[in-house]
Design a protein around this ligand. Structure first.
Ligand SMILES: C[S@@+](CC[C@H](N)C(=O)[O-])C[C@H]1O[C@@H](n2cnc3c(N)ncnc32)[C@H](O)[C@@H]1O
Length: 444
């Protein structure tokens, strides 16, 4: 195969190039402008995937990835680029997604994309990781595009405390015995105490002997404060807890600049949703507060509110905040977070967002500002409802440029105009990029 020149890196982290016949070839591990000798891995109808045989001309921003598992793991698809180049690539991915949408209003809006906000940490930023366990009890990440497990001793994205516990677990037979019963292990750092909680996903219901093993294991590792079992057919069970009262919640205090340094105290449950890059989450909250620009007489609706990540700081400025979320544990935490922060202007409800929006519209409710932070698949079907509910400012938070572009097209059909787009790098070393978008309804 002749030399191929990489045109760009696309959403998914692949370098894209074309053969002389015009066929698209996607090659992982490559960077824009690089000349690559390739072997074809899979030849499909519309495109092929390739593997690097030799890098003939490397990008100036290419570096040697520090992770020893990089060849097989597939989780960190940009680790071979400098931090600056990663941000350039991510910004280009967002821009390309809007310009290639075929919608003139989105292409025009691509000029509004601001430089991505870099993560305070390039490595060791994850507050939790989930490892798979195979039939032999080996623990690690799934190999790229495969069910095989790459056994790992360390993950450079996970917090140092999680890595210490990973090393310690290997030394204890109780962990090996529990792994024989488990298909996954989640390690979760409590940012407030710097202790780690373990959640084993068991293949069968836990028995008293399993709980005893967990207790022995917990007592042997000083930095583990709780061990839980969960199964497909049974809910989260505490098997060991050093501090029974505080054990089930994780917590964090921070002081957003936008609130003049007022302290916000957040708690969430071990199985509740929480942004994984805790320090970068604070910068995302600052962005949402700046875009929302709330006056004290204004009302806010927070859809997919989780444990009140945005609702609580917004409630410090707004007249009232209403949040909807599907996860019961997240809503429990959101209500506690309002109480703990001395806020009596928040209402949180566990309800599917689509149902909640329909009911609010039937009640003729409207809000000055609406925040929407859906899961990866986005929420295009909500665009019409958002047009009825939102009076002044809509803030759309998305972790996938492709579904964001589709949803922005739906929102612009409903009369919303894009005002600002702020990419935020929540996941350094990977192609993933979060975006906070400010939209306003067109004046009638
Ligand atoms: C990307 S998270 C955002 C959570 C929160 N805004 C935060 O920053 O922590 C999406 C949330 O949507 C919730 N969710 C997913 N589908 C839902 C639905 N149909 N109705 C209500 N909540 C849903 C999930 O439980 C999760 O908490």
């Amino acid at each position: 195969m002749p030399l191929l020149t990489i045109e760009k890196v696309i959403n998914g982290g692949y370098g894209l190039t074309k053969t002389d016949e015009g066929k698209i070839v996607l090659i992982p591990g490559t960077l824009p402008g690089e000349e690559i000798q390739t072997t074809i891995h899979q030849d499909k109808k519309g495109y092929a995937t390739g593997k690097i045989k030799k890098i003939v001309t490397a990008h100036d921003g290419r570096i040697t990835p520090p992770c020893p598992y990089i060849r097989n793991c597939g989780g960190c698809n940009l680790q071979h680029a400098t931090a600056e180049l990663q941000l350039e690539i991510k910004e280009a991915i967002v821009k390309e997604s809007l310009t290639r949408s075929g919608k003139p209003e989105l292409a025009k809006a691509s000029a509004l994309i601001q430089a991505p906000i870099a993560s305070p940490q390039d490595f060791f930023y994850r507050q939790r990781i989930r490892l798979h366990i195979d039939e032999y009890g080996r623990m690690g990440f799934r190999q790229h595009q495969s069910h095989d497990i790459i056994a790992i001793k360390k993950c450079l994205l996970a917090s140092p405390q999680i890595n210490e516990v990973l090393t310690a677990l290997e030394e204890h037979e109780e962990h090996g015995e529990i792994c024989q019963l488990a298909s996954q292990l989640e390690l979760i750092l409590n940012p407030a105490t710097e202790q780690v909680q373990l959640v084993y996903l068991l293949k069968r219901k836990s028995r008293p002997a399993d709980t005893n093993r967990a207790k022995r294991l917990g007592e042997k590792i000083a930095s583990v404060d709780c061990i839980y079992f969960i199964g497909e057919n049974f809910p989260l069970q505490s098997a060991y807890c050093k501090t029974p009262e505080e054990g089930k919640v994780l917590s964090l205090d921070y002081k957003p600049q936008a609130l003049a340094g007022k302290k916000i105290s957040m708690q969430w449950e071990v199985n509740g949703f929480c942004q994984v890059n805790i320090k970068q989450n604070v910068q995302m909250i600052e962005t949402v507060l700046a875009f929302a620009d709330i006056r004290d007489e204004e009302s806010v609706l927070d859809l997919f509110c989780g444990m009140g990540n945005f609702s609580i700081p917004l409630a410090c400025q707004a007249k009232a905040v209403t949040g909807f979320e599907g996860q019961g544990s997240a809503i429990r935490s959101a209500k506690k977070n309002a109480l703990n922060n001395g806020l009596d202007n928040c209402s949180f409800y566990q309800k599917p967002v689509h149902k909640a929006c329909a009911e609010l519209i039937a009640d003729k409710r409207v809000y000055d500002c609406v925040i929407i932070d859906p899961p990866r698949q986005g929420a295009p079907e909500l665009a019409g409802q958002l047009a009825k509910l939102c009076q002044k400012r809509l803030i759309y938070i998305s972790c996938d440029p492709a579904t964001l572009t589709r949803d922005l097209a739906e929102l612009s059909k409903q009369g919303f105009q894009i005002k600002k787009i702020q990419p935020i790098d929540m996941f350094p070393q990977t192609y993933h990029i979060e975006n906070v978008v400010l939209l306003e309804p067109c004046p009638q």
